[in-house]
Structures are given as C-alpha cells and as structure tokens.
Design a protein around this ligand. Structure first.
Ligand SMILES: [Fe+2]
Length: 371
C-alpha cells in the first residue's frame, strides 16, 4: 500500500496543475474565446503550439522511414499492383489472395500519404523536413516488358533480401515477449539465410501476360518471398510507432503517431493473414513449408492464428495480455535501422546514406517526453 502512495499523489498534483492552468487560460483568453467551447482549449489550441526538438526529431525519423517504405512499395506496385499488366509474378501474388494487387496499390498510396503528411506537418511547424533524393542511386529491376521500370533509380533494394520471419512465431507465443529478451524461431528458416529477390529482376522472372497456374515454381517463390516481406515490414512499423509514441511530448504529435501507427497495424494484420497462403514449394535453397491448418501444425506455426496471442506484458506478475510486441522504447529508432539493414533492404547504399539514417535515428532516440 505504501508503494502506491506516491503514484496517487502524483495524480493529484497533475490534476490540480491542469485545473490551475485551465483557470489561468480561462482568465486570459476572455469570453469570446471561451464561447468557442472546449475545442479552443483542446486540439485546435494544441495545433498552434510549437513542437519540441524531440518531437521534430521523432517525426523526421518517421518521415525517413515512410520515404523508404514508399520507395519499396512503389517497386512492388509497379510490378505486381492492380495497375501493373498481368504477369506470372502478379498471378503468383494472387495465389496468396485474389486481392493482393489491390492491397499492394493501396498500401503504396498509404505510405506516400504518410511521407507527405509528416513532412508537411514538420514544415508547418518551421522544423526541418526530410529529403532522401540524393540517395536515390540503387539499380532496380531490369524488367523491360513494363515501360518505365528499367533504369529507374531506387532508394531500397528488393532483390537481395534476407527476410526474418520470427514475427510469425513471436505473435503466436503465449509465454514469451521480445521485451523480456526472448527470441523466436523463423517460420520460414531458409528465408532468413542467404539472399532472395522479392520482385522479378528481369523479363524471365516477370512472365508478362501469363495467368497460368500453378505458376512457374521460381516465380511463385519470388511472390511468396514478397508475401512474407510485406508482413515483415509492417510488423516493424507496428512496433516502431507504438514504441516511439511513448517519447512524444505534444498531444497533437501523439495523435499523428497513433493515427499513422494504427494503419501500419492494419497493414500488418492483412499481410500476416495473406502470408499464410504462400504456396508450399522448394526453389533451390528456399523452402516454403505448408503453414495452412489443413495439416496438423504446432500452434507456433498454424496459419490461421493471426490474432495476437495473449502473452506476458510489462511484468510476469500480471495476467497475460494480447498486445503489440515489442513496444519497449529504448533505442527503438536505431533498432529499426538495424532490422531494415539486416533485411538487406539497403544493400548497395552509400556510407553517406547509412550515416544520414543513423543520425536521424540517434536524434529520435534521444527525444524525451516533455510535459
Ligand atoms: Fe507508413
């Protein structure tokens, strides 16, 4: 009981502080302002405020992450999205779900909107924005059967990926949580070693015009790799936003982080569901096991267990809880940079690119909640 006393006192202090500051602003804003009602003291009021250096640093790191995300989704969209011409690759994607091309196009739009919104918001606050155009130096797919792809410079590399799929078993665990130091096995162990392409690198891997099923084994392997990569990217975004939100100071910036972070969660849930439909196959070193529930699977692999299993959270003294995991906030931005680098997404990028990204991550990780 003694331990809870300071907590209660803190609450009392905060409440009286809020009451005092509301009284103070009521005294100064006058009757006209008050007649606008609570909104004058709520979101609108907050919007006129400057943001802290910490909030700007967090938003800049998120802007960079969104720019990189946009770049990778654009590559998927050009080759497999709903506006891309029919191909063996696109048909391979539709083996995971008939709506995959639509989802890819929509996910691309969403990332672009995140990138543009965060930069516009930073600008509105007089803060520095983020531009990665000088790092657009990577060669992408050499497909020529779709115009405009070959020769286009990219920020990210989708052709030499090492895809971690431990999020699959992590979200199925009922007893472990990465925030407690736990590690999780890969659902697709072969994807986590070696380097694999998630997009057709050339016309032979695209198979323009082909709707034949079953899809060519190698092309289906590329589509399967994409399917798991989609979810890998999104589980990262899901944890990144939930973790970094805990360092935000302004209520409005918190609103931005929670609202954009929420769509990352929606994307993750969708891609998590679709990845489970990846066609079982072997393509050289790459093996996709059958994860569907048609055959007996341990629960750590069962494809229809896409709802986060309740697990330990904060302390083992509490009952298990269905949650995003991880959400520890220390070093989260640098952790995201490391995870994307290990994914192979930046293979071929310049030392200047890594330095720039690490600087943004360091500044975001130094941000502290100031209230
Ligand atoms: Fe995003």
């Amino acid at each position: 009981m003694k331990q809870s006393e300071p907590v209660i006192r803190k609450h009392a202090n905060r409440r009286s502080f809020l009451k005092n500051s509301l009284a103070a602003s009521a005294a100064t804003v006058g009757v006209g302002m008050l007649s606008k009602g609570l909104s004058a003291l709520g979101a609108d009021h907050d919007h006129d405020r400057e943001i802290t250096e910490g909030d700007a640093a967090i938003l800049r790191f998120l802007a960079a992450a969104e720019i990189l995300e946009t770049d990778l989704w654009q590559q998927y969209n050009e080759l497999g999205g709903v506006d891309a011409p029919v191909s063996g690759y696109q048909t391979g994607l539709t083996q995971l779900d008939g709506d995959m091309p639509q989802y890819i196009a929509d996910n691309t739009d969403d990332e672009l909107s995140h990138e543009l919104f965060i930069n516009a918001y930073l600008k509105s606050k007089g803060a520095k924005t983020v531009d990665l155009e000088k790092f657009r130096t990577l060669e992408g797919s050499e497909v020529t059967d779709i115009p405009g792809i070959d020769g286009k410079k990219r920020l990210t590399n989708l052709m030499e990926l090492t895809v971690n799929t431990s999020w699959w078993t992590r979200y199925r665990s009922t007893t472990q949580n990465p925030d407690f130091g736990d590690t999780f096995p890969n659902a697709i162990p072969t994807l986590a070693v070696g380097m694999f392409t998630a997009i057709p690198r050339n016309n032979a891997e695209l198979m323009i015009g082909s709707t034949i099923t079953p899809v060519d084994n190698h092309v289906q392997a590329i589509a399967n790799t994409a399917g798991f990569h989609f979810a890998f990217i999104k589980q990262g975004g899901t944890s990144l936003y939930a973790s970094i939100a805990q360092r935000v100071s302004s209520v409005e910036v918190l609103r931005i982080v929670l609202s954009i972070g929420g769509t990352e969660i929606m994307h993750f849930q969708t891609w998590h569901d679709k990845a489970g439909n990846a066609k079982p196959l072997t393509d050289g070193a790459l093996v996709f096991p059958d994860l569907t529930n048609d055959i007996p699977q341990p629960e750590s692999l069962q494809s229809n267990l896409i709802m986060p299993e309740p697990t330990i959270f904060l302390s083992k003294k509490f009952p298990v809880c269905s949650i995003i995991r991880p959400t520890a906030t220390k070093g989260v931005a640098m952790g995201a940079v490391k995870a994307l680098t290990a994914d192979g997404l930046f293979r071929g990028q310049t030392p200047e690119f890594f330095e720039f990204l690490r600087d943004l991550a360091e500044e975001a990780d130094e941000a502290r909640r100031e209230v």
